[in-house]
Design a protein around this ligand. Structure first.
Ligand SMILES: [Mg+2]
Length: 357
């Protein structure tokens, strides 16, 4: 039994957010980082900027020499963290086994997932399109049976790519891969490997474990394993992210109207009771809609504060469902709706509970 791991990495994350928020920047070389006159390094470079050789972690002064007409923007990490939180809300709709590597990068174990979708590739496709719908940014994803292969798969098709390394292709892939792609191989190790005549996977594969340990110590074991496609590290969830959700499938497909609003009301009531029995209050509401053709979408609304009263929660759900039915997917028959609360915290409500219905 193989695990199913997805690695997601946003494309030129900080730069893409700045371009999204200021369309005048579209098509221009954009560098997020300090001013060229100051010391400081490039935090992110748009793909246009990369054409000039600008890369992350390069001194801004050097980036300026490479492309004086580039637009330099100071980083706004508060904003990037907020987008990152939205990304994680999306990830957690699929699985709670999410491990962040950076604000814009994470591993997901989708062996078991909330969509009950057996194909990890399909899950990755859904996550990619949902991320785009949610934050209007593209990402790349790698799919494989462990963290190492999923991460290198992501690099294959950037930007906005998806690459899968299935178990039966891993060996061939690894033999043809440059050893520099192994994430634990930095500059020093890659030079040392090259000095030993090891540049390609096959050349690494041909070495004994003893030889590799002699030259690289503990890292030797890692190299020996990785080139064999072995990586047993589990995805360590870094957020205790509980969510509670309820859903209902209609007896026959329905369009938005009084009947559907009544169904929504019942759902919100059920959801509210379930969270109340656990003294949990959620900050993020998720509306799930499955259409007649089985296409499924979810929409999140995050509040600064948890929802402390049921009417507020119901109002949010109704507005969102209304938008889905009238703006996003007009005249599309619906077979199922669901509501969920996440970003849960325990506690007492700040103000008196109102009776819902
Ligand atoms: Mg990235």
């Amino acid at each position: 039994m193989h695990r199913k791991i997805i690695h997601v990495d946003m494309d030129a994350f900080y730069a893409s957010i700045e371009i999204r928020d200021n369309p005048d920047l579209r098509g221009l070389p954009v560098v997020v980082g300090g001013k060229p006159s100051q010391r400081g390094v490039v935090a992110a470079a748009s793909y246009e900027a990369r054409k000039y050789g600008i890369r992350s972690a390069m001194p801004c002064s050097r980036a300026y020499r490479l492309c004086p007409q580039a637009v330099f923007i100071p980083p706004q990490f508060t904003k990037y963290r907020e987008v990152s939180r939205e990304l994680h809300d999306v990830f957690h709709e699929y699985t709670d086994l999410v491990e962040a590597l950076a604000l814009d990068e994470a591993w997901l174990d989708v062996t078991e997932n909330k969509m009950e979708e057996p194909s990890a590739t399909r899950v990755a496709e859904q996550i990619k399109s949902q991320i785009y719908e949610t934050v209007r940014l593209t990402c790349s994803a790698g799919v494989s049976y462990n963290k190492f292969l999923a991460k290198i798969a992501t690099e294959e098709n950037k930007p906005n790519g998806l690459f899968v390394i299935p178990p039966n292709h891993a060996h061939d892939y690894l033999m043809r891969m440059s050893v520099r792609k192994i994430p634990s191989v930095g500059k020093v190790t890659s030079q040392k490997l090259e000095g030993l005549g090891i540049r390609w996977g096959q050349e690494l594969y041909d070495q004994s474990e003893g030889f590799l340990v002699d030259h690289f110590g503990k890292l030797g074991h890692v190299l020996y394993d990785r080139v064999r496609g072995v990586d047993n590290r589990p995805v360590k969830p870094d957020r205790e992210h509980k969510s509670i959700s309820v859903e209902t499938t209609f007896l026959k497909d329905m369009q938005y109207g009084n009947e559907m609003v009544k169904e929504l009301q019942d759902l919100v009531e059920r959801l509210w009771k379930r969270t109340q029995t656990k003294s949990l209050y959620g900050r993020t509401v998720t509306i799930k809609v499955k259409f007649k053709n089985f296409q499924q979408i979810t929409r999140n609304v995050s509040n600064d504060e948890p929802y402390y009263d049921a009417p507020h929660l119901f109002q949010t759900c109704r507005e969102k469902l209304h938008t889905i039915c009238f703006q996003d997917f007009p005249n599309t028959p619906i077979r199922l709706i669901g509501v969920g609360l996440s970003n849960l915290s325990e506690g007492q409500p700040k103000y008196v509970q109102l009776e819902l219905f």
